[in-house]
Write a protein of this length. Sequence first.
Length: 202
Amino acid sequence: MTAHRLTPRQLAAVYRCLRRDFPLAERKPLWMMLISQRHGRYEPYVFWEKGRPVAYGFLATAPGCRWALLDYLAVQPAARGSGIGTRVLQELARLCAGRWDGLLIECEAPDYAPDADAARRRIGFYRRAGAVPLGRDSLVYGVRYRLLALPARGGKAPGGDETVRAIRTLYRAMRPAGVPCLPLRFFEVEELAGYGGDITYP
């Protein structure tokens, strides 16, 4: 598998796939991605295997932040169910090594998702790939996310306070000048027998 880092023009072309793969509530505008990319805070990749593109993964970064945010990850429909998603995650973690401590991952929280079963399957996919639940949810643009981390080789997952600081830093870095600060809320999550209750975390 080969990772190809996208130019702004290529990112604009691949953005069409996001319209297919992600609901409107989870898609940030292309212009925000391009501004972040121009400032060196956004790294979009397409992954190739056997001479064809099979997946894409976009990383958001921030100066001084030890973690990169997995902003988007999707496998082409024809390549799904073949283990490519897991290999892409492993490649992204490899790309983090020496630069960041690993990936922070946001998944829709099952108790609040329109399709709870799909949300659980998505979390299960990340956990089978080695991601660790962090005991925190975030609330962004009205969408509630379960937070996980995939440490780079030899690393360890962040604690709760570090997670909150990292997510706040990453979202501030993604906010273009002149755009109001995004309201973020965090919740402690107790994962017992599925997905338990929560406690508001400032």
